[in-house]
Ligand binder design. Structure first.
Ligand SMILES: C[S@@+](CC[C@H](N)C(=O)[O-])C[C@H]1O[C@@H](n2cnc3c(N)ncnc32)[C@H](O)[C@@H]1O
Length: 258
């Protein structure tokens, strides 16, 4: 899929941030010249256009916008900070301060941010196979700044890598990360999961394969964790043990202890 970068109509000059973004991601910068985004995409034969906006890059694709926002992670962490509510991902991982966490399916980065908050100092890496998603979410995370220091800290320290975990995992030394985590796209999307809608336009929707789970078990020091739909049998197919959750929750976690 081809993507190009441009400016907003109001700030047509590319600043140093945009040029750095273009060099790092490899997407071509196309001057805006007052064109609409649909016209620009058509002219360039591009699937979508990434606009360099003041808060970070925004991908426009089929009339939808994909950009980084920590909304889902923020409410999960806030539920813990205000009410002591246990987060199900953290429970499944048994994540402790200082532990490292490899998220093999970064997406919008909500799970990686929650893990980063609870880990405090451990290395947090997020892999995303789709270059445009990795660029928009990775740079959005890097540039993110709010009045909440605890949130900035959790977001800013995540290292995002544009790589397919099927290529990345076999190259890791054994026992590299405390936790290795997978959250592949669900076959039947949950209607409730609105924040993932723009991501669906370009996400990698291949199911998790047993070879990747085997590589994850080699690369993990403590646990391999997977999130999936409670109704399916993905956990059994891939050899994960179910973590008991609420009977009403359509999502479930599975673990493999190392
Ligand atoms: C369901 S989303 C993950 C949502 C994420 N846990 C969150 O909290 O926002 C799955 C993401 O993983 C990516 N993905 C799927 N297969 C992948 C692979 N083999 N390697 C790297 N990323 C992959 C998809 O492109 C998509 O962005």
């Amino acid at each position: 899929m081809k993507f190009v970068i441009t400016t907003t109509q109001s700030q047509p000059e590319p600043g140093p941030g945009l040029l750095e973004f273009a060099t790092a991601t490899g997407f071509e910068f196309i001057p805006r010249r007052r064109r609409g985004l649909a016209e620009l995409a058509r002219e360039q034969g591009a699937r979508g256009v990434i606009v360099w906006e003041p808060g970070g890059p925004v991908l426009y694709i089929d009339g939808e916008k994909l950009f980084f926002h920590p909304g889902m992670a923020k409410s999960r962490i806030a539920a813990y900070r205000k009410k002591g509510q246990e987060d199900l991902l953290i429970k499944a991982c048994q994540l402790q301060p200082g532990w490292s966490f490899l998220d093999c399916t970064l997406g919008m980065g909500a799970d990686a941010i929650v893990a980063s908050y609870f880990s405090q100092t451990g290395q947090i890496t997020g892999l995303e196979s789709e270059a445009a998603a990795a660029a928009v979410i990775g740079w959005g995370m890097k540039m993110y700044s709010s009045r909440m220091g605890w949130l900035n800290q959790a977001v800013n320290r995540i290292e995002v890598v544009n790589s397919d975990h099927r290529d990345y995992l076999p190259q890791l030394p054994a026992r590299s990360y405390d936790i290795v985590y997978f959250d592949p796209m669900f076959e039947q999307p949950l209607l409730r999961s609105q924040p993932l809608n723009p991501l669906r336009k370009l996400a990698n929707s291949q199911p998790l394969d047993p070879a990747s789970v085997e590589q994850a078990c080699r690369a993990a020091r403590r646990r391999v964790v997977m999130k999936t739909q409670a109704a399916g049998d993905e956990l059994e197919r891939l050899g994960f043990r179910r973590v008991p959750g609420s009977r009403h929750n359509p999502i479930i976690y599975g673990v493999i202890d190392i």
